[in-house]
Structure formats: structure tokens, C-alpha cells
Design a protein around this ligand. Sequence first.
Ligand SMILES: [Zn+2]
Length: 164
Amino acid sequence: MKRPPLILYLLGALWILPLTLAGAVLALIYVPIGVRWSDGLLEIRTLWIIGSPGAQTIGLIMFYTDPEERDRPRLRVHERVHVIQSMLWSPFAFAPAWLLHWAVNVMIVRPKPEDYPDYLPMRDRHGNPEPLWWRAYAAICWERQAYRIDHEFAEGKRPGAWGS
Ligand SMILES: [Zn+2]
């Protein structure tokens, strides 16, 4: 997704302020050890993140543990897709809906790697299926969208994506 114009970014930032404040509380639980501002997000290095993803974004706060991972262009684009998603789905609905979809995936869908495109992280580097809780995460509709967009960005199909 393209970087939003400044006025829309500012309005969106105000709109998702409740989510950003929730992220600020989460930052304390994750134990912050570094912070910087980068391309519209407050990037906070923490000691840990639940599930150990490359990064996690809540409102306008992106958490990460590994600076190399933080600077990976695909990840930067991916995390900013989630910011737009939370603006579009509302700061109140996005996180509960995300969690609900994860729970539905764990209990009902039970995603199999072969049913999803290659760019979704459904298998480990040895080609073995990731655990169900991880596959359930990768199959959440908003994750699929973010992975599709960061994949297309990596293929050069989305020049100027937000975060690039
Ligand atoms: Zn994601």
C-alpha cells in the first residue's frame, strides 16, 4: 500500500490513538530497550514479543527484537499494511477480529500449507509444516493480505510502497 498523504495519516493516527495507547501499555510488558521514529511508526525494540514474529504492530507502534529484521524492506512494508488495516477496520474492531479469526483458524479451519500460496510462512526452512498456532496466524485474512502485498513489493510490483 502507498504511503498515505500527510493529512490522511494524521487523521488516521488520531482515529487509531486508542490502539496506539494499548500498544504503549504492551510496550511495558515487552520491556522496551530502544526506540526510534521511522516512516510514520514508532519502532520500539523490546526484549520479547509474544509468538516471536519478526515484528508486531499495534496502532502506530511497531515492536521488534532484532534490528536486522526491523530493517528488512518486506517486513517494513508488511507492518505498515497492518496500520492501514487498523485504520480501515477501526481501532476497536481490528484487534478483536484478528484474534477471532486466529481462533477460528485454530479450531475449525486448521490451515494446511498446501492450501496456501508459497509466500505465506506455512513451512519452516526445511519444508516441514509450521505448528498449527503459527499456520493459523499466517492464514488470518489480514495477514494473507499483508504477506501478499509485501511479496508483490519484493517482486517489484509495488514501487513506492509505504515503508520502502
Ligand atoms: Zn502481519
